[in-house]
Design a protein around this ligand. Structure first.
Ligand code: GN1
Ligand code: MG
Length: 363
């Protein structure tokens, strides 16, 4: 803890630190809550940035700064109050204007903790509708951002690249794990062409990239205490140009899964159509004005693409010997892969129903 105190001290925070302890369960960065003594100073969130994954921290923080200031201006222009709970605020160093600190080994950043708000690991239709609205609005606010946002992880949601990485892992097979997962690999290969549809539409000039959040897991948004409204979208590391499918699809993958992302009991894992309908309605209410028909028509494809992509990513990491995602036990990435694949199968079973629902929305 002493080290963390030292790190926090580099930042221009208010008040005296009383406690620092781990927060949340992200798979990439390490996150801590920093409590300050007394009620008149804010609490903070300290994060160690995983710079093996986000290799250019300068660009990363620049993007986040551009996004949060743009959103802040939009909210101000709309006459909204309580901005401290509606957009993230990063703290600069005491020594200079940077929003990150390098201690010789790791990169750190500090943001103001959002008070009287909470995150959920699971959602109901009401909170999904609120989440849909929030992500639609998030994309809508960023439609006219002037600053060019670089891809913090190039080709992050490019399905063709993710399949190439899986195939490279299979060819190298460093841990001898391929044999055991061959049936799953076969299932993934069967769907490979179909799942790369977005990249083809993009090359044909039919599908645009827009600024998206690209990590719309349900636990990446802060809800008001009663869970009925979303105050703020968090975890902005991957905000970058992408297909809107990224944000729609990753919410579906996490929010509409009746089980856990890493459920060992595959019977728990099903795609919940009530969540799909509620989120879609919320999302279209705020995003419809800028979406093209090809984007709306392909929302059911997005619902399949993300469990598929996540199966590919978890499985590649398993084959590679677990070098990317934090794991809690040796088979964790395999368990995750199987759970995501089961979710994909359930999505596939619901596709006609989803298509019918979307056709209704387009009328
Ligand atoms: C990672 O860090 P976290 O848990 O918010 C990952 C996402 C995956 C997700 C799977 C930069 O997000 O892309 O969908 O795990 N983020 C990165 O749970 O790879
Ligand atoms: Mg997160």
């Amino acid at each position: 803890m002493k080290d963390l105190n030292n790190i926090v001290e580099q930042f221009d925070i208010r008040g005296t630190v009383s406690e620092i302890k781990p927060l949340g369960n992200g798979l990439i960065n390490d996150t801590y809550i920093v409590r300050t003594a007394g009620d008149d100073t804010p609490d903070y969130v300290l994060q160690r940035i995983n710079h093996h994954i986000f290799t250019n921290v300068e660009v990363l923080q620049h993007n986040i700064q551009a996004v949060t200031s743009h959103i802040r201006r939009k909210l101000e222009a709309a006459g909204e109050d309580d901005l401290g709970r509606k957009v993230l605020e990063f703290v600069t160093l005491k020594d200079g204007g940077k929003t990150f600190y390098f201690d010789g080994e790791s990169y750190w950043r500090v943001m103001v903790f959002i008070p009287r708000a909470k995150t959920f690991e699971a959602v109901n239709p009401e909170s999904s509708r609120a989440a849909g609205k929030a992500f639609g609005r998030f994309q809508a606010m960023l439609v006219d951002i002037d600053e060019k946002l670089e891809e913090t992880i190039p080709d992050f949601h490019n399905m063709e690249l993710r399949l190439r990485q899986l195939r490279e892992a299979v060819a190298a097979d460093p841990k001898g794990r391929v044999k055991e997962v061959q049936p799953l690999l076969d299932e993934l290969e069967k769907r490979a062409d179909e799942m790369c549809k977005a990249e083809r539409l993009y090359r044909e000039g039919k599908l645009p990239k827009r600024i998206c959040h690209c990590d719309t897991k349900v636990n990446n948004m802060m809800f008001d205490e009663d869970g009925s409204t979303v105050l703020c979208v968090i975890d902005l590391d991957t905000v970058m140009p992408s297909f809107i499918f990224s944000d729609f699809g990753d919410f579906m993958r996490t929010g509409a899964n009746t089980g856990l992302e890493d459920d060992k009991n595959l019977d728990n894992v099903e795609f919940n159509m009530d969540i799909f309908r509620a989120f879609t309605e919320g999302y279209l209410s705020t995003a419809r004005e800028f979406l093209l028909p090809v984007e709306i028509e392909n929302l059911p494809y997005a619902a399949a693409l993300f469990p598929y992509m996540q199966t590919v990513r978890f499985l590649a990491d398993y084959i590679n010997g677990d070098t990317y995602y934090k794991i809690q036990y040796p088979e964790h990435n395999l368990v995750r892969s199987n759970a995501q694949f089961k979710l994909l199968q359930s999505v596939e079973a619901h596709t006609p129903e989803m298509n019918a629902f979307i056709a209704e929305q387009l009328k």
